[in-house]
Design a protein around this ligand. Structure first.
Ligand SMILES: Cc1cc2nc3c(=O)[nH]c(=O)nc-3n(C[C@H](O)[C@H](O)[C@H](O)COP(=O)(O)OP(=O)(O)OC[C@H]3O[C@@H](n4cnc5c(N)ncnc54)[C@H](O)[C@@H]3O)c2cc1C
Length: 275
């Protein structure tokens, strides 16, 4: 069986590796010159356990169980983040610390309560802080691992258009090769999704610090968060309020918005995030 996969982000790479382990022959196409260079290469790389999701039981459980499954398969691509703190503000928070703590304790996710001074940043106006075992995915390690695992199966620098496909009775013809299955792992940039979704282009800010390592997330509300990358001293800053640049009906519109962000606009977003 031959499978063509469009998109070499986390989804495409994982699916390809899994199918290969079952004996399928896979070919992965990506429009970029390397793997994991879009969302999978530039995100906060947090391996969630559920602490982000005080408002949603199902997502908490998926995160808690997914954390363990991810570690079984790809634990060697993750790094320890210590301390990894979740803090609740004394005011302007959507949740109080006692409620947040009760939700996490009843979800079977382990944490330790710590004083605000556990964070290298000078935290004030905080009603409670917990230290968690969430980890970070090291994207450089992940890229290098999947490049090796999939080296004979990658076709990079190749954007696939719908006009490149010829549908056959059993499978598709793509660039002259026949495949039994085609998997779209392009985050809906190739084939439109049937369900109703919107696209959010995002900005993430990178900071260099010479402070002792830490991760800090403020719950619950804008979820402002500083998170370490795999590279020592390099952190990302994000917030649910300021990271998205808007909501768009199509990936093309979202990409256009992303490519037209000005320096002044970035400075303004950064200022509001840091506030
Ligand atoms: C700001 C931000 C922070 C995030 N933080 C976290 C986090 O901390 N933890 C977490 O678990 N998740 C996080 N996420 C979500 C995570 O990044 C995504 O869920 C994940 O990367 C999606 O992977 P993917 O493979 O589906 O998509 P992508 O990584 O976008 O991969 C799609 C690939 O398809 C390719 N492609 C597209 N169109 C074509 C085409 N026509 N032909 C060929 N190739 C094509 C692209 O080049 C790309 O490489 C975050 C996301 C954002 C935006």
């Amino acid at each position: 069986m031959r499978v063509a996969i469009i998109g070499a982000g986390w989804y495409g790479c994982h699916i390809a590796r899994f199918l290969k382990s079952l004996g399928y022959s896979v070919t992965i196409f990506d429009r970029r010159e390397d793997i994991m260079t879009e969302a999978s290469g530039f995100n906060q790389n947090r391996l969630h356990q559920g602490f982000h999701y005080a408002r949603d039981y199902e997502t908490r459980m998926q995160s808690r169980d997914g954390f363990n499954r991810f570690l079984e398969r790809y634990g060697h691509l993750t790094v320890d983040v210590s301390p990894n703190l979740y803090a609740v503000a004394a005011d302007q928070s959507l949740i109080d610390y006692r409620t947040y703590k009760a939700i996490m304790a009843s979800s079977g996710i382990e944490f330790t309560e710590v004083p605000p001074s556990a964070c290298a940043l000078n935290l004030t106006n905080i009603s409670g802080v917990m230290d968690t075992a969430e980890r970070a995915i090291d994207v450089d390690l992940a890229r290098s691992f999947f490049r090796t695992e999939l080296q004979d199966d990658l076709v990079l620098g190749t954007s696939i258009r719908q006009s490149d496909l010829q549908y056959r009775r059993h499978g598709v013809l793509l660039h002259g090769d026949c495949y039994d299955f085609l998997i779209d792992a392009s985050w809906s940039k190739f084939l439109p999704l049937k369900s109703s979704v919107f696209f959010e282009p995002t900005v993430l800010f990178y900071y260099e610090f010479s402070l002792p390592p830490f991760a800090l997330t403020l719950v619950d509300g804008p979820l402002a968060s500083m998170y370490p990358t795999g590279q020592p001293g390099l952190y990302t800053l994000s917030s649910v309020t300021h990271t998205p640049l808007g909501q768009f009906a199509t990936a093309t519109e979202a990409e256009h918005r992303l490519n037209s962000v000005s320096r002044e606009e970035l400075d303004d977003i950064r200022f509001r995030m840091e506030e």
